[in-house]
Structures are given as structure tokens and as C-alpha cells.
Design a protein. Structure first.
Length: 431
């Protein structure tokens, strides 16, 4: 029980403490077995080499209530089939169109900041959430959801808190009781559903292939036929949620880190000024913005939006001197591994120079895995890199952000790693 309480109160501290016991740490409570596996090769085994020994853990099975059987939560044959049907939406040639949406929406944010005026205070977490929601809405659904962003954001926060509560002991029971929180969660789900079913209905009605994801999902066929409305809803909901919250967090933490590290910020500005000289960035600029990418890589090292991955063992799993029993839960944690002093010198320090090709070559591949790996690797990884770099480039070439005095900075590990008290920052126009 103590374990459960501690895990509930300080998830990240607890995971790091577990890691201090060795590469494989075991914890047992009320007949449930938990393992934290914290060595690059062993992490690779779990995610890639021996992935067949695992299914997704309870956390994601709980998320199924919100996401249905979308890519993130489905298993086995269904997952394989859906992944094949959705994959074309992320092909390289589609990225050109998405990248225009990304840069355009970032420019709109810059214009809005201009209207707010030099020195205005904003909640950067909300700003980034609003922007990435608008991008995913437009790029994948050809829908303007920015107007609804505040409401969707609130519904999403409620829904995430609900999933989080369900993970705690007694959680499933509390969901069945008519508590205000469970009612709010249900209302949140209904609001999110309403938005998505509206988009599906519009597409079905227009019968036009708009080249967006929903049109594609509605038209997708394989030997088993097409997708039902519910399946399209589940995939759309999954991409909607998985596709903006994570990137928004990565960008928010990046703004925070830049505000605390002026030398690195200056170097970023230098690159942006040289390469862009004030114009809107495009997909073709990406290879010429290596430092911008290094800044994002380093931000996702310190604050990985997905901070841990859980898997349930389905067959006896031998690892070093142990055999992990079926039914046990195995965690691998980006947050813990990305701060492991064996691979990261002075690990608390924000240092984008860790991401030169030479420095990277000196580290094992799985000392860093923000997007996971193997058959369940993030389908939006390429999308997220392009989005992160273009948004940061478009905004940081004109604006600097500084923490509002007294703004507390703390981590809130819900499903993703959010800043607990938001991120109030003042905006300052450059040069
Ligand atoms: C910085 C941004 C992002 C991070 C750090 C991130 C991280 C991850 C991670 C770690 C997983 C694996 C979860 C697991 O195996 O339990 C995942 C899966 C997934 N991500 Fe992302 N993600 C990001 C952005 C995106 C974007 C932009 C999209 C879509 C537009 C997206 C869609 C998905 C989907 C659908 C899955 C499930 C894939 C499957 O199981 O087949 N993600 N993501």
C-alpha cells in the first residue's frame, strides 16, 4: 500500500528511486509485481527484440475508455491492420502540406503576440496547446478547431485527470460512483466526441476527398473492407489527443529552458537569423537548422513528454538472473534513463551540444527514446520533429519569453509530463 501511495504522490521521484537499486528493480504490493528496467540494451529488448512477450499495460487499457480501439490502445491483429491503414497519412510526401500548415499557424500565433504587445504575459503552456491543437486539427482533419481550443483543452484536461485517477487503487470503483469528478470526466468525453463526430459527419456529407486524414480513413479499404464510424472516431480521437498534447509540452519546456539558459538561447537566435533572416521557415529549411533540432532534442531529454512506458508480461520473461512472471508490469522510463549519470554527464544541465553527431555516437542508442521504438513506435515522430522545429524557428526568431516573477515550476506527470502550474511568461520582441 505504501508503494501505491508513494507512486500516487511522487511518480517521478519514485521511479528514480527504484532505478537506484540497479538495472532491474522489483516491487511487489498486494500480489502485484512491478519491475523497472533501466539499461539501454534491456530497454531495447522490451520495446523491440522481445516485444512479443508483452502487451500494453493497464494504464493504456484504462485510456481505452476515452480512446476506444485506436492505434494507441489496440493490440494484435487489429493494431497491425489499423497501423497499415493510418500509416499513409504520415508518408514523407504528405509532410510538405502539413509543414505549410505548421508554419502558417505559428505565424498566426506570432501575429497575435504582436497584438498583445511587447512585455505581455501569457501562459505558454496554453499558448502551445492552442497552437498544436490548431495544427493537428487543420493538418489531419482540415478543420478549424482553434476557436474551440479552450474548450477542447479543458475537456482533455478533465479526461486525462480521470484516466489518471483510474490508475490509483479504488479508481475503478470511484468511476462508478456519481462523484462530481466522474461526471465531469463523462461530460468531457462527450464534448470531445461531439467535435469528432461533427468532423466525420461533415466529411461523409460532402463525399469529397479533402486529402485529410478523416477523408482517408473513411475511404481506406483493405481485404476486410472499410472502417466503421466508431473505428474512424477512435483513430481520429487518438490522433487528435496523441498529436497535440505531447508536442505542446515539448515546446513549453523548450521555452522554459531557453529562458533559463541565455547563452544557448543566443546561439539559437544566431542560427535563426542567419538561415531565415526574418522569413517564414519551410520544410526545406530543416536541414539548415541543426541547432534548433539540438535544442528540442535536449529539451525532450530533460522533460520527455512521454516519461514512462508500461507493458504487461504475457509469457515468462527471462532477463539476466531473473524470470519475470506473466501478469507482472514492466516499466521503462524515459525520464529516468534520460537522467542516468552513466550516459549523461552533469545530467541536470541543459546542453544542446550533447546532440552533435560525434557526441551522439558515443552513447548507446537506447539511452534516449522519447518516441519509443519497435512496432509501437510513435507514428507521429516525423510529424512532431517537423512541427517542433518549424514552430520554434518561426516564433523564436522574433520572440523571447521570460518567466513571470514568482511563477512556480513543477512537473505534473499525468499521461504526459505537463508543467503543474502552467508556465506564465512575458513575451519580448527581439531586436
Ligand atoms: C513530442 C511529441 C511526441 C512524443 C514525445 C510522442 C511519444 C510517443 C510514444 C513514447 C509513443 C509510444 C507509447 C507506447 O508504446 O506506450 C507514442 C505513440 C503514438 N503516438 Fe506519439 N508522440 C509525440 C507526437 C505525436 C504526434 C504529433 C502524433 C500524431 C500526429 C502522435 C501519435 C501517436 C500514436 C497514434 C501512437 C500509437 C502508435 C502505435 O501504437 O501504433 N504522437 N508517441
Amino acid at each position: 500500500m505504501q508503494f501505491v501511495l508513494r507512486f500516487g504522490a511522487d511518480r517521478l521521484g519514485f521511479l528514480r528511486e527504484m532505478a537506484s537499486y540497479g538495472d532491474i528493480a522489483h516491487m511487489q504490493t498486494r500480489g502485484l509485481h512491478f519491475y523497472l528496467i533501466n539499461h539501454p540494451e534491456l530497454i531495447q529488448d522490451v520495446l523491440v527484440t522481445h516485444h512479443r512477450s508483452f502487451v500494453k499495460s493497464r494504464a493504456l487499457q484504462v485510456a481505452r475508455r476515452l480512446l476506444g480501439d485506436g492505434l494507441l490502445t489496440s493490440e494484435g491483429e487489429l493494431h497491425l491492420r489499423q497501423r497499415r491503414l493510418v500509416q499513409p497519412a504520415f508518408h514523407r510526401q504528405r509532410m510538405a502540406a502539413y509543414s505549410q500548415v505548421m508554419a502558417h499557424r505559428a505565424e498566426q500565433t506570432a501575429e497575435r503576440w504582436q497584438e498583445l504587445g511587447n512585455g505581455a504575459a501569457v501562459d505558454m503552456a496554453q499558448e502551445m496547446m492552442r497552437l498544436t491543437l490548431a495544427i493537428v486539427g487543420k493538418a489531419l482533419f482540415d478543420a478549424d478547431v482553434e476557436g474551440e481550443a479552450a474548450e477542447i483543452g479543458q475537456a482533455l484536461t478533465e479526461a486525462l485527470h480521470a484516466v489518471n485517477r483510474l490508475l490509483l487503487p479504488g479508481g475503478e470503483l470511484s468511476e462508478k460512483l456519481p462523484l462530481p469528478a466522474s461526471q465531469r470526466a463523462e461530460q468531457a468525453r462527450q464534448r470531445l466526441d461531439a467535435t469528432i463526430y461533427r468532423i466525420i459527419a461533415q466529411r461523409r456529407a460532402s463525399e469529397e476527398d479533402r486529402g485529410d486524414l478523416v477523408s482517408m480513413l473513411l475511404a481506406a479499404q483493405d481485404e476486410q473492407g472499410g472502417m466503421s464510424d466508431v473505428q474512424v472516431r477512435d483513430e481520429a480521437m487518438t490522433l487528435f489527443l496523441a498529436g497535440h498534447e505531447t508536442t505542446a509540452n515539448a515546446l513549453t519546456w523548450t521555452w522554459y529552458l531557453l529562458s533559463q539558459n541565455p547563452a544557448e538561447e543566443r546561439r539559437l537566435h544566431k542560427e535563426l537569423d542567419q538561415v531565415l533572416a526574418g522569413r517564414t521557415p519551410t520544410l526545406d529549411d530543416l536541414p539548415n537548422l541543426p541547432y534548433t533540432r539540438m535544442v528540442l532534442s535536449e529539451a525532450m531529454r530533460l522533460y520527455p513528454p512521454a516519461y514512462a512506458i508500461g507493458r504487461q508480461v504475457v509469457e515468462p520473461y527471462p532477463v539476466r538472473d531473473y524470470v519475470i512472471e506473466p501478469g507482472a508490469t514492466v516499466f521503462v522510463s524515459q525520464y529516468v534513463m534520460h537522467r542516468d549519470p552513466r550516459y549523461w554527464f552533469d545530467f541536470e544541465r541543459f546542453d544542446p551540444n550533447r546532440w552533435t553527431p560525434e557526441a551522439q555516437a558515443r552513447r548507446p542508442r537506447f539511452s534516449y527514446f522519447p518516441f519509443s521504438a519497435g512496432p509501437r513506435v510513435c507514428i507521429g515522430e516525423g510529424f512532431a520533429w517537423t512541427e517542433g522545429i518549424l514552430v520554434l524557428a518561426a516564433l523564436a526568431q522574433r520572440w523571447q519569453a521570460r518567466l513571470v516573477l514568482g511563477q512556480p515550476v513543477a512537473l505534473e506527470p499525468l499521461i504526459t509530463l505537463r508543467p503543474k502550474h502552467g508556465m506564465r511568461m512575458t513575451l519580448h520582441r527581439r531586436g
